[in-house]
Each structure stands twice: as C-alpha cells, then as structure tokens.
Design a protein around this ligand. Structure first.
Ligand code: GDP
Length: 479
C-alpha cells in the first residue's frame, strides 16, 4: 500500500509543480525525477509566469542552441569579426571558473540574466561539468560545442583583453556614439577582482548597449542576482517572475542542476546506507578558510557552542545511560562535510563514549575527507556535488559563513541554515552561529556605485529587499 501511495505522489510532483519540463528520458538522468522522493517539497509554488517563461526559454534554446541553423549563422558573425544590424539569436556564454559551489551559483545567475535579456545560455563544459550535470533543457544541449571559434581564448581573457567590456569603455572603443560598428562579441569580466569599468555591466545604460551585441562571454565567481534587482529595467520582470524574492536560487537550482547518474549513485548509496533510517537528519558543513587543513580546536568549540545554544543536538551526560527513558529514543543522523576528518572523529567519539541527556542516539557520518580542493579531478568534484546534495536532504542544516558550497546546499534544500560565523585570527566568534533570515546566497563582491548619480553609494540602501548579508558584511543578498 505504501508503494502505491508513493507512486501517486511521484506521478503528481515529479515535475515540481511545473518547474521542470516534461518529455525527458528518465533513465538517462534518474535524479531529475527521483529527487522529489528525498527532498522536502518546494518551499513555495513557482509562479505561473516563471513557468511560462521557462517553457518559452526552452523553445528559444531549441531554436538557437548548438548546431542549429541559427546557431551556425550566429557563429559566423564571430568569425567575420564585425557586424551591423541585428542577429537572429543572442547568446550568453558562461566560462567555467572557480570551485564547484561558485560555478553552480554563477551558472544560475547567468541563466537568470539570459532569461531577462532573451539570450541563449551556453555553458563552457570546462573541467567535469559534463560529468556532473544532466542537460537541463530538452532536446538541445546547453554545453558549448568544442568547435566554438574562440574557445581556446577563454583562458587568456582578462581585464586587459581588447574584447573586455571594461577595457573597451576605458579606451573609448565602445559606448561612444561615434562608433557605429559593434563587435560581435564582448568579454564580461565579473570576477571578484573586477574594476569600476567592468562594474558598469550593472548599469542600465550599459545594459542597453550590451543588448545589441549578439555574443556575451562572461567570467564570474559571484552570485550577482541581487544586483539585477537594482537595475531598473529588470525590476518589473523580476518581480513578476519571483513574487517571493528569496526563492530565486531555490527554484533555479532545482530547475537547472540535476546530478548525472554517477553522482546520483553516490548520493543515493550514502543516503540509503547512513541517513534514511534516522528519525532526524542534521547536516553540518564545515569550511575553514585557512592555509592548513586542521582540525582546529577553536572550530570544534564553535560548533559545539552552536549546537548547544541552538538546541540542535542533545548534550552528553557523564556516567551511565538512562535506564528507563520516559519517551521513545530518537536516532539522529549527523552528516558532516569537511575537507578535514578531525571534527567528525571528535563528534563521533563524543557520542559513542557518552550517552546523551535525552537518551537519543546520535550517529555521526562523513562521506569524504579530501584535504584540499582538487577541482580538476573528476571523482573529487563528483564527491563535492554529492555532498552538497546530501546536505540539502537533511532536516536541519548548519553551514559555514562565506562558503558557496554551503549556499548551494541550503538553497537546493530550501533550508534556512544556521550560519557559523567566520572566525578571525583563529579565535571563536560570539555568538557562534545564527539562523539565516533568507534562503538566498550572498553576492560577495557587489558594486558600490550609483549609476544615475555616477557616484559611490551604499547599494544595500536602495531597495528594501536587497540588504547586506548575515555572513559577509559588505555583501548583498535578497530577503
Ligand atoms: P567555497 O570555496 O566554500 O565557496 O566553495 P567552492 O565549492 O566554490 O570551492 C571549494 C571546493 O573545495 C569545493 O568545490 C570542493 O572541491 C572542495 N571542498 C570544500 N569543502 C568540501 C567538503 O566538505 N567536501 C568535499 N567533498 N569537497 C569540499
């Protein structure tokens, strides 16, 4: 009977209330339709407007995507080097850059920007992207084909490249009314080290110029979605798409990022073996931005203090276990992710060596201990994605400040995390942690510029729903 009930729910919610398109072959990407069995329900229903815009995006993608007639024609523009007039299809090329958490956030940002500007998003497969994620759009790939003409130049694109938008503005090559011929492509440098001219990307005036350029090639390691709300020409469309502003990454990540079967295997085997049976699941993501791997005592102390203060785990008790517990004992599975194994060992031993005051049974698990970031290795990236995903399947989640790895986990899961504040000079932070007020990731390096007045300004004061982040005081986040 249970199975029958399950089948009905799957039938009903497989497409996440219309967020996902139908018609995919299920076996080639099991996570796309199976994840609904493990995730909590979407925090809210996606707006019908968002759903209709996604369907029309998919149609556009099919029409203009790799190796279509229109794509081939647009690629010719790049080869010819110049163009006048308008192109049939316009594109946004996302360059694969930085750690996996960063890549997921920037790809979601790029997709939203493409949606707002009627561009087709093409993703540089970079290292591993093809092996990590299924195709999100039906029929036509989102991956940039290897014969794309300027593929080999991606690694050399920087702020000093003649094709860089900021560089062109600086040297009056673009944006000047006397220049009538536009380049067929522009490189947008939106990485953390971008300068004042690169940041003009976020101004309406520059947007109307960029709109005329068929190919935009973007490199970023930032979740820039909050700033799209500060560009007046996008504002109305954004509120139509997302009446609830803090749902943006939650929806986009569930729409775009479906782990491939190899990653899904890692997720499912671990989940079934260690987490599925527990009454409660608690995730703890430990990311320490330090030159050595650790473990560090101050980090351990901070996590323990957070657990106790926020009542996330029961305290331990010295001496004998409770003989006749008055209520049924719960089992709590604690899923720890960290590059170091030290924190896991401490917690596991603590809850093995001592009973808890409530009598609850605590199991502590950590899938990998990779020691260092090794983005170029396939199995390393697979494990990183599997762990972000596993964290998103927990009931309560504790994440580390500043970490995009943690943002992805809580955003996917629709979980408001407890954030472990970043420690300064290896000393504990007080309070150790606090509950996040919004589900959205933080934009770590936003501009502080008022495009209209052409002066510096505190961009957290412009609209009520874009404010500073809890974990990065100068960052911006949607609430
Ligand atoms: P951020 O640096 O925390 O913002 O997150 P990123 O995901 O962009 O980059 C950190 C990278 O380090 C990850 O992509 C992984 O490759 C690795 N990493 C960091 N923490 C963990 C972890 O807990 N588990 C695993 N498997 N890898 C991790």
């Amino acid at each position: 009977e249970d199975v029958g009930h399950l089948a009905v729910t799957v039938q009903k919610d497989k497409l996440l209330g219309g967020l996902l398109p139908s018609g995919f072959d299920e076996r080639s990407c099991l996570s796309r339709h199976e994840s609904v069995l493990y995730h909590k329900e979407l925090r809210q229903k996606p707006s019908s407007y968002l759903i209709s815009r996604l369907r029309s995006y998919e149609a556009l993608h099919k029409q203009c995507g790799p190796h279509t007639v229109l794509y081939n024609r647009s690629v010719e523009l790049i080869k010819s080097g110049q163009y006048r007039g308008s192109a049939d299809c316009n594109y946004l090329v996302w360059i694969s850059y930085s750690g996996l958490g960063n890549r997921i956030l920037t790809l979601a940002s790029a997709f939203l920007y493409a949606l707002l500007t009627n561009r087709v998003l093409l993703a540089d497969p970079g290292v591993n992207m093809r092996d990590l994620f299924c195709e999100p759009f039906p029929e036509v790939s989102w991956l940039l084909p290897p014969d794309f003409p300027i593929f080999n130049h991606f690694s050399t694109f920087n702020q000093k490249s003649p094709h860089c938008y900021g560089y062109m503005v600086k040297h009056d090559i673009i944006g000047n009314s006397t220049v009538s011929v536009l380049p067929p492509f522009v490189y947008l440098h939106l990485a953390h080290d971008y300068d004042d001219q690169d940041k003009l990307f976020f101004c309406d005036q520059d947007q109307s110029l960029l709109q005329k350029i068929p190919w935009l090639v973007m490199r970023t390691d930032n979740y820039f979605v909050p700033f799209l709300f500060l560009i007046p020409s996008f504002e109305q469309e954004l509120s139509n798409l997302f009446p609830e502003k803090e749902m943006i990454f939650h929806f986009l990540s569930r729409y775009l990022f479906h782990p491939t079967n190899s990653v899904w295997g890692l997720v499912m085997r671990y989940y079934q073996a260690y987490l599925a049976q527990a009454d409660e699941k608690l995730g703890i993501q430990i990311r320490v931005f330090d030159t050595s791997v650790g473990p560090f005592k101050y980090v351990l102390d901070q996590i323990s203090a957070c657990m106790m203060k926020e009542n996330l785990l029961p305290q331990i008790k010295q001496g004998e276990p409770i003989v006749n517990p008055s209520r049924k004992q719960k089992t709590i599975a604690v899923l720890i992710t960290s590059l170091s194994h030290g924190y896991f060992e401490e917690f596991r031993n603590m809850y093995w060596e001592h009973p808890t005051v409530t009598g609850d049974i605590i199991g502590v698990y950590q899938p990998s201990k990779e020691a260092h970031q090794q983005t170029e290795k396939l199995m390393h990236d697979r494990k990183a994605l599997a762990e972000m995903y596993l964290l998103s399947l927990t009931d309560k989640l504790v994440t580390s400040a500043w970490s995009t790895f943690g943002y992805v986990a809580h955003g996917l899961g629709g979980l408001k995390p407890w954030i472990l504040y970043k420690r300064e000079n290896r000393t504990a932070h007080n309070p150790p942690c606090a509950r996040a007020a919004s589900l959205e990731p933080c934009f770590h390096a936003p501009p502080y510029y008022d495009c209209k007045k052409k002066t510096g300004t505190d961009t957290s004061k412009i609209v009520p729903h874009v404010r500073h982040c809890e974990d990065v005081s100068w960052g911006l986040k949607l609430f």
